[in-house]
Design a protein around this ligand. Structure first.
Ligand code: NAD
Ligand code: APR
Length: 236
């Protein structure tokens, strides 16, 4: 049986399917990923902007980077692939999504069971006292109304721990899954890159580029997220 036919068989027969997505899920919405040739980290050293050190010692650089990402995001919308995953959840083909993306597009497309393992760029807080804030206040570089601290998006930065509840829920889902579908991630970043090794189920890697990190997967489908999901949708 060819890879696609095998995938469709697994998808239809699986009792609990978990989808894990990365930045490659949103590049067809116009949002750059990180490590591809056109990715964010090709021109910016992530450790200079996406870390707590940057937030605390180079706030102007940190603010400029995340403001730029926010402005770019305003022009972008979930693509058909996001909506297909929402349809698959509605029809019972997938149980839940765990994402490293902070764009909120899985929820915006209609998925109800989404774990945002790297947080969200759509909500904001004071870095010192955790008081909630707003996108407008962050963009305007205001300080916290409660304590005067600096404002930040609720993105998990390098060196920070992941949201504990999201991680715990995701780990349970992955361990119980009989199919884990990984879409559009380089599997470069710990600890999310460990998740596919923690399931007893079958593992499928859908990615635009070949990736040695995925050598252990049961099935590898090379292709773009939106196009591949659209093709699969015609077979359901
Ligand atoms: P790390 O040093 O463990 O990085 C793991 C891998 O990612 C390494 O291969 C490293 O080369 C690469 N890497 C490190 N920082 C990067 C960055 N900013 N952009 C691209 N690649 C990067 O990273 P860490 O400081 O120990 O962070 C790990 C903790 O931070 C984990 O809990 C991780 O989930 C969390 N975290 C990281 C990111 C992120 O942007 N990668 C986002 C959310 C959460
Ligand atoms: N379809 C399928 N795969 C794609 C597409 C697409 N349209 N576009 C890009 N890809 C693939 C790339 O080939 C790459 O392997 O998606 C992967 C994206 O990998 P990264 O850019 O490393 O993004 P990600 O894995 O999500 O990064 C993890 O690193 O810096 C942090 O916080 C950031 O959460 C992110 C984490």
């Amino acid at each position: 049986m060819n890879s696609l036919a095998t995938f469709m068989d697994w998808l239809k027969t699986s009792q609990k399917t978990v989808v894990l997505t990365g930045a490659g899920m949103s590049t067809e919405s116009g949002i750059p990923d990180f490590r591809s040739s056109s990715g964010w980290w090709k021109n910016i050293d992530p450790h200079t902007v996406a870390t707590v050190t940057a937030l605390e010692n180079k706030y102007d650089l940190f603010h400029e980077f995340y403001s730029m990402r926010l402005t770019g995001l305003e022009q972008c919308q979930p693509h058909d692939g996001h909506y297909i995953l929402a349809d698959w959840e509605k029809r019972g083909f997938i149980h839940s999504i765990a994402t490293q993306n902070v764009d909120g597009f899985h929820t915006k497309a209609g998925n109800k069971h989404v774990q945002e393992l790297h947080g969200s760029i759509q909500t904001f807080r004071c870095h010192q006292c955790n008081e909630s804030s707003t996108k407008e206040a962050f963009i305007q570089k205001e300080t916290c109304q409660e304590c005067g601290g600096v404002l930040r998006p609720n993105v998990v930065l390098f060196g920070e721990a992941l949201p504990e509840e999201s991680w715990t829920i995701t780990l349970k889902n992955i361990q119980q899954a009989d199919l884990v579908i990984v879409i559009g991630t380089s599997l470069e970043v710990y600890p999310v890159n460990q998740l596919p090794t923690m399931t007893k189920g079958k593992t499928v890697y859908i990615n635009k580029d070949a990736n040695p990190n995925a050598a252990y997967f049961d099935l590898i489908i090379e292709g773009k997220a939106k196009e591949t999901l659209q093709h699969m949708q015609t077979l359901l």
